[in-house]
Design a protein around this ligand. Structure first.
Ligand SMILES: [Mg+2]
Length: 363
C-alpha cells in the first residue's frame, strides 16, 4: 500500500458516524428478512416460516492471516466475506446478513476503507447478503477484520459434520490445492522484491492459482445444484484447512472411517505444474493445503447418478466402518493413513507422500 501516491483522506475528517454513513449509504437491503439494517442500535432480522438461524464468525489479523504487500484491500474485503459465506453453505444453509467490525490504524484513510468495502459489497451482492451492521475502531497496530454472517435453513436442509453414514460417497466440489500454491508464489515474489526493489514479477502464468488464494468463491452453485437435484447431503464441511484435516473432522464426528483414492482427487493442471515447480507432489497441496473453500460432503449411493452428471463435483471415495481406519489408496493399491495436517501459513509442507507408513497393504 502506498498512501503517499494516492488520495488520502484521514478517517478523522469524517468522524466515526460520518465514516459509517459514507461507507454504507449505498447499501440497499436485498433480503425480506432484513427488517432494519445499518443506522440503529442493532439490526433487526425476522425469518418467516419455520427456519433455523445459522451463525458464523471469523477474524482476520494483518500479519497473521493476510499480508497487505500482495493483497489488494478490495480482494481482502471480498475474501473476508466469502470465507464466512462458505461456512454457512457448508451447513447447507443460505447466508442472509453480514456484520463487520474493523480495527484500523492511521495508515488507513477513507480511500483504503472504500476499497475494502467495495470488495465486501461485491461479495454481498453476488450472494444476496445484506450488510446490516458493524463497528469501526482505531487500532495501534495493523488491520483487524471481524465478520459475522447469519444465514437460514429449514430443519430438513441443515447438514452437520457428524451425520455421515457408512457406505456414503465422499464428494468434493471444484479442484484442490490451488490456493496454497497461489500463496507460495506470492510469498516467493515478495522475497525477490525485498531483495531487489526494481524486480518486476511476471505472474501471468500463475493467474489461476493466485486468484484462488486472493479471491475464493464460496460454492453457492453447489448448494443450488444439490437443491435442484433434490439431494440433501448426509454430512458436509467446507475445505478451509485442507482435504485431509477437514475429512478427518467428518470421520471423527460421524465416528466412521474413510477410504479415498488419489487418482480421484481433482487437481487442476495449473496447480499440478506449480506444485512440481516447488518440488511438491501435486497431491500434497491438495491434501494438506488450505483455503480452497470448496465443499466436501457425503451422500447415499442412491444419489450417484445425479452427482456424476454435475461436472463440478468429484466422487473421491466412501465412508467405511470405523475399524477400517482412514486411508488414501494409491493406484498401486498402497494405503496411506490420512493425517490431519491443518492449515498453517508458515509451516513447511512435506514434499511427498510417505511410501507406506504403516507397513500394511490395503485393497
Ligand atoms: Mg468451515
Amino acid at each position: 500500500m502506498e498512501p503517499d501516491s494516492k488520495p488520502f483522506t484521514p478517517v478523522s475528517t469524517l468522524g466515526e458516524f460520518g465514516l459509517i454513513g459514507h461507507l454504507t449509504n449505498s447499501l440497499h437491503l436485498l433480503q425480506p428478512s432484513s427488517v432494519k439494517g445499518v443506522g440503529d442500535d442493532a439490526a433487526v432480522i425476522r425469518y418467516k416460516g419455520n427456519p433455523y438461524t445459522v451463525a458464523t464468525t471469523d477474524m482476520l489479523l494483518e500479519g497473521i492471516h493476510f499480508d497487505l504487500t500482495y493483497t489488494p484491500l478490495k480482494h481482502l474485503g471480498y475474501k473476508a466475506a466469502m470465507v464466512n459465506f462458505s461456512d454457512i453453505y457448508a451447513m447447507n444453509a443460505r447466508p442472509r446478513q453480514l456484520l463487520i467490525s474493523l480495527g484500523i490504524s492511521g495508515r488507513f484513510g477513507v480511500e483504503q476503507l472504500e476499497e475494502l468495502y467495495a470488495g465486501l459489497h461485491m461479495a454481498c451482492t453476488r450472494h444476496g447478503v445484506d450488510l446490516v451492521g458493524g463497528d469501526t475502531n482505531s487500532s495501534l497496530t495493523g488491520l483487524t477484520i471481524s465478520i459475522t454472517v447469519l444465514g437460514e435453513a429449514t430443519k430438513k436442509q441443515l447438514t452437520y459434520r457428524n451425520t455421515a453414514r457408512e457406505g456414503d460417497l465422499i464428494c468434493v466440489s471444484g479442484d484442490l490445492g490451488a490456493a496454497y500454491l497461489g500463496l507460495q508464489v506470492l510469498e516467493r515474489e515478495k522475497k525477490l522484491f525485498e531483495q531487489d526493489a526494481s524486480f518486476q514479477p511476471d505472474l501471468s502464468s500463475y493467474e489461476y492459482i493466485i486468484g484462488r488464494f486472493l479471491k475464493p468463491e464460496a460454492r453457492k452453485d453447489i448448494i443450488d445444484y444439490l437443491e435442484r437435484a433434490g439431494i440433501t447431503p448426509h454430512a458436509m464441511i467446507d475445505l478451509s484447512d485442507g482435504l485431509s484435516s477437514d475429512l478427518m473432522h467428518v470421520c471423527e464426528q460421524s465416528q466412521l472411517g474413510c477410504k479415498i483414492f488419489n487418482h480421484k482427487i481433482p487437481i487442476e493442471e495449473r496447480t499440478a505444474q506449480t506444485a512440481e515447480e516447488f518440488g511438491l507432489e501435486p497431491l500434497i497441496p491438495a491434501l494438506n493445503g488450505g483455503e480452497d473453500y470448496e465443499l466436501l460432503f457425503t451422500v447415499g449411493t442412491d444419489a450417484y447418478e445425479k452427482i456424476i452428471h454435475f461436472p463440478e463435483i468429484s466422487i473421491i471415495g466412501h465412508m467405511v466402518e470405523p475399524e477400517a481406519g482412514r486411508y488414501l489408496v494409491t493406484q498401486e493399491g498402497t494405503a496411506i493413513e490420512l493425517k490431519a495436517q491443518g492449515w498453517n501459513h508458515s509451516a513447511p509442507m512435506r514434499t511427498s507422500l510417505p511410501a507406506q507408513e504403516d507397513g500394511r497393504q490395503k485393497k
